[in-house]
Ligand binder design. Sequence first.
Ligand SMILES: NC(=O)c1ccc[n+]([C@@H]2O[C@H](COP(=O)([O-])OP(=O)(O)OC[C@H]3O[C@@H](n4cnc5c(N)ncnc54)[C@H](O)[C@@H]3O)[C@@H](O)[C@H]2O)c1
Length: 343
Amino acid sequence: MRVLVTGHQGYLGTVMVPMLQAEGHDVVGLDSGLFADCILGPAPTDPPGLAVDLRDVTEEQLTGFEAVIHLAALSNDPLGALAPEITYDINHHASVRLARLAKAAGVSRFLYASTCSVYGSAGEELVTEDAPLRPLTPYAESKVRVEDDVAAMADSDFSPVFLRNATAFGFSPRLRADIVLNNLVGHAVLTGDVRVMSDGTPWRPLVHGRDIASAFIAAMAAPMDAVSCEAYNVGSEENNFTVAQIAESVVDAVPGSKLLITGESGPDPRSYRVDFSAIRKALGYQAQWSIPDGAVELYKEYTAAGLTSDDFFKKFTRLPHLEKLQKAGILDESMRRRADAPA
Ligand SMILES: NC(=O)c1ccc[n+]([C@@H]2O[C@H](COP(=O)([O-])OP(=O)(O)OC[C@H]3O[C@@H](n4cnc5c(N)ncnc54)[C@H](O)[C@@H]3O)[C@@H](O)[C@H]2O)c1
């Protein structure tokens, strides 16, 4: 299939593109390159790509594709809280506009990267796709709005699918340090401490980035009408861990590290355990990676690449990196690349 992947130079896109290519798909990327240089280890080979802001994409640029995989977003709760209007502008309005233009251009499949954080605070019960959505942040709210608005566009020629990914983990050449397992392993490697700022009790479903890519590949292979307008949780029940359990798997993976549960950040309302049976039944999908295996993978990759504190806390953490680009005059206050910015 000829596929456009938005956000192909992000953490997940960089892992997903080679997997799509290995399945025989002809991939073109679209990205404004916010994290294009945030690379750990050998540089990845990007597919041909459009260096375009999502807010400026045209129907012409979407013509000739059978599928759009839409990953591009400000993918960050702290940033969403700091600048909610930019988060809504990119994550909601520009995403809905992208879907509308894709449909007008004759694209038949639209696969959207949603999130399990749409469930917000759900307690101890496993939540299925039918559970009430209680987004707690502008980031999660923007994802709910896109699901609603894009579902309304579905017809026999346009089939949107909503993949509600658990929180990702695992190595990507374009690393992210601000997601829980990647963050805890990095701290442990750099300081020897596995530091949990909450009381460690909230539930977090996790999934490896490569398992997320496999879910998109499975959804693209399914008959269009079988998946149209469906939402699927992406992950596995085995990876519903409390934050303290996640931290324990890091202690096991990083030699000499020790666990500190400080509780300093106060209660964390985000807690949910997720049921992943729908995607297994509908798509025969099975996530492969466990959290302990992911912790070991990250430990090996971080140490092999010689991860530094400066890179970990600045280059690979979304918010400080974007602030640095703004201070350097590369991005304006709305996260657009400035016309006079160096290439
Ligand atoms: N990583 C996770 O834990 C996770 C979990 C659930 C869902 N998701 C979703 O998956 C998608 C990808 O996540 P990620 O971790 O790879 O994020 P990321 O921040 O690493 O990558 C996002 C990409 O989108 C691009 N982008 C952002 N704004 C843009 C704009 N206005 N125009 C063009 N490109 C723009 C960035 O340059 C970047 O390459 C996001 O939609 C995210 O919400 C991620």
